[in-house]
Design a protein around this ligand. Structure first.
Ligand code: SAM
Length: 222
């Protein structure tokens, strides 16, 4: 069986009992970055063999994992943080397993987008997750433009070095709506700020933005 196992997004305690059990019991763990996952495994005394797997891994790596599964081995798929497949490697392997009639089971847990949505105070009944916005300014602004009529809460990830540019683009393209910026969820410097984009730009300009960020807004609610 292939187990899709969520791991913490900051606080190492945010892992389920079942995730620990599965990671201990499987024959192999396919990890986005084995060095990163070793820290988690060491913390929980897990000694299961590791192999690396990312979306751009060679086809031979995917074939190797599928071969192990077909031979009856149990494999756990983990990413560096949170839920595999959510802006992280996974879906190609999961799809290949399903197509090979291999049983797939999920061990759910932390996901930064969902944690940020809970924290945001924005409507949660309908939302749309956009991953990372385009890096190039023109494409990013076009993307923001496309949200103008969106009624659902929009969630996306942003890197610390593009945060200020992104806030400026939101202000200019969308008319300075109220937005929510959630930073460093479950970590020491966790922070949730809700204000017009221009105010958040000023807030995060006071010192260089650091850490991991999720941005959310609902244009029909602001
Ligand atoms: N698979 C992960 C998940 O389930 O959330 C997402 C992986 S994606 C490559 C990494 C991005 O998620 C970061 O750049 C950041 O935008 C967001 N992220 C991950 N952990 C976070 C945290 N603790 N606080 C805020 N954002 C986080």
């Amino acid at each position: 069986m292939l187990f899709i196992v969520s791991t913490p997004i900051g606080n190492l305690k945010d892992i389920t009992l079942r995730a620990i059990e599965v990671l201990k019991e499987v024959d192999l763990i396919a990890a986005e970055d084995t060095r990163h996952t070793k820290v988690l495994l060491k913390h929980y005394g897990i000694e299961t063999p590791l192999t690396s797997y990312f979306d751009y891994s060679k086809r031979s790596k995917l074939d190797y994992i599928i071969k192990e599964l077909k031979q009856g081995k149990d494999v756990a798929l983990v990413s560096d943080a949170g839920t595999p497949g959510i802006n992280d490697p996974g879906y190609k392997l999961i799809n290949a397993a399903l197509e090979s009639d291999i049983e797939v089971s999920v061990v759910p847990g932390a996901c930064a987008a969902i944690a940020a949505l809970s924290l945001s105070g924005l409507p949660t009944d309908r939302f749309c997750f956009e991953g990372f916005l385009p890096v190039k300014a023109g494409s990013r602004r076009n993307k923001l433009e496309s949200f103008k009529e969106e009624k659902r809460t929009i969630i996306f990830y942003e890197s610390p070095h593009r945060l200020l540019k992104c806030l400026k683009d939101i202000e200019e393209v969308l008319g300075d709506p109220e937005i929510v910026v959630v930073r460093e969820i479950t970590k020491k410097f966790e922070e949730t700020q809700k204000a017009p984009a221009s105010k958040l730009h000023a807030h995060f300009s006071s010192q260089k933005p650091k850490g991991e960020f999720v941005i959310l807004f609902n244009l029909k609610n602001s």
